[in-house]
Design a protein around this ligand. Structure first.
Ligand SMILES: Cc1cc2nc3c(=O)[nH]c(=O)nc-3n(C[C@H](O)[C@H](O)[C@H](O)COP(=O)(O)OP(=O)(O)OC[C@H]3O[C@@H](n4cnc5c(N)ncnc54)[C@H](O)[C@@H]3O)c2cc1C
Length: 314
């Protein structure tokens, strides 16, 4: 089947995009994998796509000064051109909105935050605050699916391609909205929380001081997350909140520090591959889902863990 991967505003390929492309090629079964970027094409992106077996790449000539309707129009025009049965994207707020709009317009199923996809397009996802895992079988010819980061290991295609490049246009006369100002997101050396392979998250047990959590995250090359108790207290920005009303993460390693493990918090992290919990209360709920649990005061445990990691690194 033909598959389209919507790369959002990507100018090059990072880990989340590489995972989507790997998934697309594994499901295409001889069909063409196409990619769409919503910004003008960079040579770097074309070079990055070849190793993942992408056949065609679409991009607009200019960055539009309007939002949402134009992005949706671009995606719709490429769907009409490539005839995919499956459109994939990362579960960003943007892609989720575009998929919702187009799903309604084209009568296509929209399934968000998948953790696996089968060749017959059956989607596996976690629901009801992460308490159940469901399999969803789309019945429409076209289906839009957003896929959580770290759901699949990124791997290059058996043979690389030279993607054909195509220009695309939104094909709408009147945009519904226009950008009047933009401000850059704060720059951080740490990986993006939703894409990081390691996440170290802190809760109320930190008592306002995230420095040990940040040090451990930096030693492990990870991102810093938090429980709602910590973000509500203003100890860290709200974008770091993990859970039902925050972001969902699914890293290879999740270290939970001074977090009780309430169901709403677990909803955002329990599909992590390995969960390490540090809590001074041996009855804390987080130990129910932890692969490794340390009962102890985080102020004793974290400095020892950080020192040991540094010692082993030399
Ligand atoms: C509709 C709804 C949506 C919600 N959405 C979210 C969400 O998205 N994300 C979220 O996180 N919460 C969410 N919550 C809140 C959630 O129910 C919990 O209240 C919250 O997760 C608690 O945060 P916490 O674990 O940091 O704090 P607490 O529950 O107070 O736990 C603190 C933990 O730290 C331990 N501790 C204390 N001191 C130390 C120490 N020195 N060393 C080691 N351990 C220590 C304690 O033993 C305790 O287990 C939601 C609630 C509702 C009702």
């Amino acid at each position: 089947m033909n598959i389209l991967v919507d790369l959002g505003h990507a100018e090059s390929i990072a880990s989340a995009e590489a995972e989507l492309l790997t998934m697309a090629l594994s499901l295409a079964d001889g069909g063409v994998v196409s990619a769409l970027t919503h910004v003008p094409l960079q040579d770097q992106l074309v070079a990055d796509l070849g190793p993942y077996g992408v056949g065609r790449v679409f991009a607009p000539q200019t960055v539009a000064a309007d939002v949402s309707a134009t992005d949706t129009g671009l995606l719709e025009s490429v769907i009409r051109e490539t005839g995919p049965r499956l459109v994939l994207a990362s579960p960003t707020a943007d892609a989720t909105e575009w998929f919702g709009r187009l799903g309604a317009r084209l009568g296509a199923a929209v399934i968000t935050e998948a953790i696996a996809l089968a060749e017959d397009r059956t989607v596996t996802k976690s629901v009801l605050a992460g308490t159940h895992t469901t399999r969803v079988v789309p019945k429409t010819d076209l289906v839009f699916v957003t896929v959580k980061a770290n759901s699949i290991e990124a791997q290059p295609a058996p043979s690389a391609t030279t993607p054909q490049t195509h220009r695309c246009e939104p094909g709408i006369a009147r945009p519904a909205a226009r950008i009047v100002s933009t401000s850059p997101a704060p720059v951080s050396d740490r990986p993006k929380l939703t894409e990081a392979r390691v996440v170290v998250a802190g809760g109320r047990g930190l008592d306002g001081d995230f420095s040990l959590v940040e040090q451990l995250a930096d030693e492990l090359g990870g991102a810093v997350g938090a429980s709602r108790a910590a973000t509500d207290a203003g100890w860290i920005e709200h974008s770091a909140q993990i859970g039902q009303t925050g972001v969902t993460v699914s890293p290879q390693l999740f270290v939970s520090v001074g977090i009780s493990g309430a169901v709403q918090q677990r909803a955002g992290m329990q599909t992590s591959k390995v969960i390490v919990a540090i809590n001074k209360d041996e009855e804390a709920q987080v130990f129910e889902i932890a692969d490794f649990g340390i009962v102890g005061d985080l102020n004793d445990v974290l400095p020892q863990a950080i020192a040991e990691i540094r010692r082993r690194r030399g």
